[in-house]
Design a protein around this ligand. Structure first.
Ligand code: PRX
Length: 571
């Protein structure tokens, strides 16, 4: 096969000797960067914020540049430390203690980051929810986690089904509201009177820090549980992959409701004491290039769908901006097309470095490093300390250039430690000592990994992971829908879009209005990104004899592919 290769530019990268590091590096080496290595006392909030606030040279450095169409604000490490202390005191006042789940359901804002670190300072587990979630999505997550406190805005409050959440004791509202209930607490008035001193809760490395809900092909979303120990890998990849240096201005475009927005939108840059840009509001090419330009961003972590949209916006737009400060670009979340990498060379005079990892893995595992050759279309090679391979169904390694299941030797620092309330689901990820990802891929002779697709029915639309079961369940709640099967359909810009096949109940006639009504029902009930962009009414939905929807078959039909084994198909 003819593979294009883009050599590394000469540069002063943090990780130069990749091959040698793969031989010699052990995770214990990385622990020496942390003071807890001597004390055993740890808290991510201390390492990411307070440590810098206590350093006279860093205290007044800008930690957060928040920029949105209607609001611009900066916080120094000192301010972020003090305000999160205050918020920790507010939580303590309402009896939050170590191990409690405290959830955030709000748009990106300075208050989000203050509250997030306040939660960690109490030793509680933070659960960030994507702001676009609608009632069902919010209910599933808050019920399963038995969240004790929720921080949200008055605007989002109506999507919180309070009557279904007996464990939820208080709701902290960020913003003016005249809504009255014994459950409500006002963020701003509490913060005004809270003390700025807080005795941080020192925890163990293996104590809980974060719950990120994510989707599989069956069942409700699962709470992926991460512990403070993950910081070792966030720090390491911040150094090697993000290549962060003291003066870098860093921007990660992901929302903290998704794992990229916490691991790399919060932890990695602040563990390194960098100035971190957070952009609120919606995507637009002008806005994003403008953010890079205005804040002189040097290191940028983004996603293929956004990059593809920038490509379609054309050269005239990019040429309006001065992007000369930019020195390093990375991408994550979906396959990065070689054409986009080629475009990046032209538009930015920079390589775009693809990185691969998952909610469950907590941090980057397979990456393109700034000092290594890039083969466009490949996710790159495992970072030092990580053993990756391709396995068959029994968990046996298979030779180069053969497709199989991408697997990682278990036990890396940022690996999830549990699936909340679901030990059997957690166990099911591990076969023969390997964490089995469910991504199909192959490895070439030189150790580069090439992503091929998902082995299950999980959909990846614009980089967002959607479980078909959740969408099908929501569709079935609509009075007109009798049966539903949902698939991801390839799409040039968004990677995949959601397509739903439905059958109608007696008394309903297919019409454009009805289909639009059903679509809106999912959009307003679950979330916009989970609403089917295409719908097809059928006479029946293919099922196995045991009643399982055969999504594979729907997909083959949709794509005009061979249907494979249909022996389990119901009559
Ligand atoms: O299928 C892979 C895809 O995204 C999945 C993980 O999604 P999520 O848990 O939401 O985390 C996304 C960001 C960490 C993977 O199983 N994926 C992630 N990165 C890549 C990718 N697919 C292709 N190339 C990538 N670089």
């Amino acid at each position: 096969m003819d593979v294009k290769r883009i050599p590394a530019k000469k540069g002063d990268y943090n990780l130069q000797n990749y091959e040698e590091m793969c031989e010699t590096f052990s995770w214990d080496d990385m622990k020496r960067n942390f003071t807890w290595n001597e004390t055993g006392k740890v808290n991510m909030a201390h390492e990411a914020i307070d440590r810098h606030a206590q350093d006279p040279n860093k205290k007044n450095q800008t930690a957060l540049i928040y920029s949105a169409p209607n609001r611009e604000e900066k916080l120094t490490f000192g301010q972020l430390s003090e305000q999160s202390n205050k918020f920790a005191n507010v939580l303590k006042k309402y009896d939050v203690t170590k191990g409690d789940r405290v959830f955030l359901f709000m748009p990106r804002s300075p208050e989000f980051y203050v509250a997030f670190f306040g939660i960690l300072k109490t030793g509680a587990i933070a659960g960030p929810l994507f702001e676009a979630f609608m009632e069902q999505a919010v209910r599933d997550r808050l019920q399963d986690s038995e969240a004790k406190i929720l921080i949200t805005t008055p605007e989002l409050l109506e999507r919180v089904p309070q009557e279904d959440l007996p464990a939820l004791e208080k709701i902290i509202l960020v913003g003016e509201s005249d809504a009255g209930s014994a459950r409500y607490i006002n963020y701003h008035s509490e913060m005004q009177t809270a003390s700025a001193n807080f005795a941080i809760e020192w925890v163990d490395l293996e104590d809980g820090m974060l719950l990120h809900y994510t989707s599989g092909s069956t069942g409700k979303p699962k709470g992926v549980y991460h512990v403070h120990n993950a910081m070792i890998q966030h720090y390491a990849t911040g150094e090697w992959v993000l290549d962060l240096k003291e003066d870098d201005v860093y921007w990660c475009t992901a929302d903290p409701g998704w794992v990229t927005g916490t691991s790399y939108g919060i932890f990695a840059p602040w563990l390194h004491g960098n100035t971190n840009v957070v952009r609120g509001g919606r995507f637009s090419p002008e806005d994003w290039y403008g953010t890079l330009d205005t804040h002189n961003v040097t290191v940028w972590y983004t996603a293929p769908t956004a990059l593809r949209m920038l490509v379609s916006a054309g050269e005239a737009v990019v040429n309006k901006f001065d992007l000369s400060s930019l020195r390093h670009i990375m991408s994550v979340g979906e396959p990065l097309n070689p054409e986009v990498v080629t475009w990046g060379l032209k538009a930015f005079d920079l390589r775009i470095h693809d990185t691969w990892w998952m909610t469950e893995t907590g941090a980057q595992l397979i990456v393109n490093l700034p000092s290594e050759e890039i083969r466009p279309g490949s996710m790159g090679k495992p970072i030092p300390g990580i053993k990756a391979t391709i396995v068959d169904n029994e968990g046996n390694e298979i030779p180069p250039n053969q497709m199989g299941n991408l697997a990682i030797k278990e036990g890396w620092p940022a690996m999830m430690r549990a699936v909340w309330n679901n030990p059997s689901k957690y166990e099911s990820y591990f076969v023969n000592g390997w964490y089995v990802s469910g991504d199909s891929a192959y490895k070439d002779e030189d150790g580069y990994f090439w992503f091929q697709g998902r082995l299950d029915d999980v959909i990846n639309t614009a980089g967002e992971r959607v479980g078909p079961f959740e969408v099908e369940s929501k569709l079935l709640e609509h009075a007109a829908v009798a049966e539903a099967g949902v698939i991801g359909k390839p799409h040039p810009e968004r990677g995949e879009i959601i397509k739903a096949f439905i059958t109608l109940n007696d008394g309903y006639e297919k019409s454009d209005e009805l289909l639009e009504d059903i679509r809106q029902f999912v959009k307003t009930g679950l979330s916009a990104h989970a609403a089917p962009r295409e719908m097809e009414v059928r006479d029946s939905i293919p099922k196995t004899r045991s009643g399982k929807i055969m999504r594979r078959l729907l997909k083959s039909w949709e794509l005009g592919l061979p249907t494979g084994d249909t022996s389990t198909l119901e009559e």
